[in-house]
Design a protein around this ligand. Structure first.
Ligand code: NDP
Ligand code: GDR
Length: 370
């Protein structure tokens, strides 16, 4: 039985990947951070009581900023595969916490590579590094492929650029099986609530149910190549099953504006929108409402731009070239954007319908200090 170690197991991708590897018969170990509140919501369904026999899912406390603990965990687990998914992954937040981002996302990767080297596991342990389309940053060429030059545009992307190259360097210098997956944006119902797609599907659901008036967003012109996280974790696994360690772009090859994503989300609840104005003055109002379950006043302004969500340096256009992953990994996404939006909307509408029922029945969180 193969053993995998996943950093960032409590995140969106970590949860889908753990599920996938358990189904493939792996023993899965994950590193979770200590936090003052539980942070394992996304993987609670996978939890196994450590007192039982044949436990296949084990969590270890740890942090990418602490070499000693990484060395100890890797020594104890002796993994066949490490998936380094842990990171401060929010581009805008990286402008507020640049040093921490460099430490966790950049040096954190070095710590994993060094731990494997120091422990003499180079011949045994394969490493997947969660690289990103943010490396392309300021557009140099489209579509972006494995050979497109990088031009990172945020502290997050610069930290990930270090992680990308140190992974390549350890492969070339020490013969490590270490690979970068240059993944374009991928989303799901488990996506963190402050990334734009989930912010839109949550906000749209709440507006449709009368729980919120308006959704404030930043740059609506940005274009992203959005896929489904469930498809993308499959690609991560395939990258480590190749004979030779190589880097791969993983993308759909289709790009969409944030504005069009908003339109698609509202259409899922039967609402059509009209957009007026430009830049920071752009607004969207309701034109029609065809679903009797979601009635919002015609003409109501439901989306507005707030400049505070503009980034100091933006990445305007991402569109990946999936030729290499299609051909070498035989990987193609099962979801298209319409299917992704449908699934995210269905999940958030259901969640907020329950919240609304609880509120109406008087069961809602009281201020515990009153
Ligand atoms: P999430 O933000 O959902 O998850 C990040 C994970 O990293 C969480 O488990 C988080 O823990 C953990 N983490 C954060 N800081 C540390 C630290 N210092 N030590 C250990 N763990 C830490 O990200 P995703 O699942 O979306 O992304 C997974 C990886 O892929 C990330 O590296 C991201 O940068 C990269 N990536 C993501 C893409 C996407 O579109 N989703 C595209 C390309 C790359 P906690 O739960 O406690 O916060
Ligand atoms: P991104 O994802 O920066 O591409 O990084 P995000 O969803 O945060 O932004 C996508 C685009 O939408 C624009 N935008 C907004 N973004 C957020 N978060 N909130 C808003 O209100 C908003 N309004 C407009 C942004 O300006 C941007 O252009 C994600 C992360 O998962 C990274 O970890 C990963 O490496 C890349 O995808 C690939």
């Amino acid at each position: 039985m193969k053993k995998a170690l996943i950093t960032g197991i409590t995140g969106q991708d970590g949860a889908y990947l753990a599920d996938l590897l358990l189904k493939k018969g792996y023993e899965v170990h994950g590193i979770k951070r200590r936090s003052s509140l539980f942070n394992t919501d996304r993987i609670d369904h996978l939890y196994q009581d450590p007192h039982e026999a044949n436990v296949k899912f084990v969590l270890h406390y740890g942090d990418l900023s602490d070499s000693t603990n990484l060395i100890r965990i890797i020594q104890q687990v002796q993994p066949d595969e490490i998936y380094n998914l842990g990171a401060m992954s929010h581009v805008q937040v990286s402008f507020d916490t640049p040093e921490y981002t460099a430490n966790a996302d950049g040096i954190g990767t070095l710590r994993i590579l060094e731990a494997v080297r120091i422990l003499g596991l180079i011949g045994k342990t394969k490493i997947y590094q969660a690289s990103t389309s943010e490396l392309y940053g300021l557009v140099q060429a489209v579509p972006q492929s494995e050979t497109t030059p990088f031009y990172p545009r945020s502290p997050y992307a610069v930290a990930k650029m270090y992680a990308y190259w140190i992974t390549v360097n350890y492969r070339e210098a020490y013969g490590m099986f270490a690979c970068n997956g240059i993944l374009f944006n991928h989303e799901s119902p488990l996506r963190g609530e402050t990334f734009v797609t989930r912010k839109i599907t949550r906000g749209t659901s709440k507006i449709a149910l009368g729980l919120q008036d308006k959704l404030y967003l930043g740059n609506l012109d940005a274009r992203r190549d959005w896929g489904h996280a469930k498809d993308y974790v499959e690609a991560m696994w395939l990258i480590l099953q190749q004979e030779k360690p190589e880097d791969f772009v993983i993308a759909t090859g289709v790009t969409t504006t944030v504005r069009d994503f908003i339109k698609m989300a509202f259409l899922e609840v039967g609402i059509t929108l009209a957009f007026n104005g430009e830049g920071a003055d752009e607004r969207a109002t309701v034109v029609s409402c065809s679903n009797p379950d979601f009635q919002v006043e015609i003409g109501k302004e439901v989306v507005a731009v707030d400049k505070k969500y503009f980034r100091p340096t933006e990445v305007d256009l991402l569109i990946g070239d999936p030729t290499k992953c299609n051909e070498k990994l035989d990987w193609k996404p099962k979801y298209d954007l319409a299917g992704l939006v449908k699934e995210m909307m269905a999940s958030d509408v259901e969640h907020f319908q329950k919240e609304k029922m609880l509120k109406e029945a008087g069961y809602f969180i009281k201020n515990q200090f009153e």
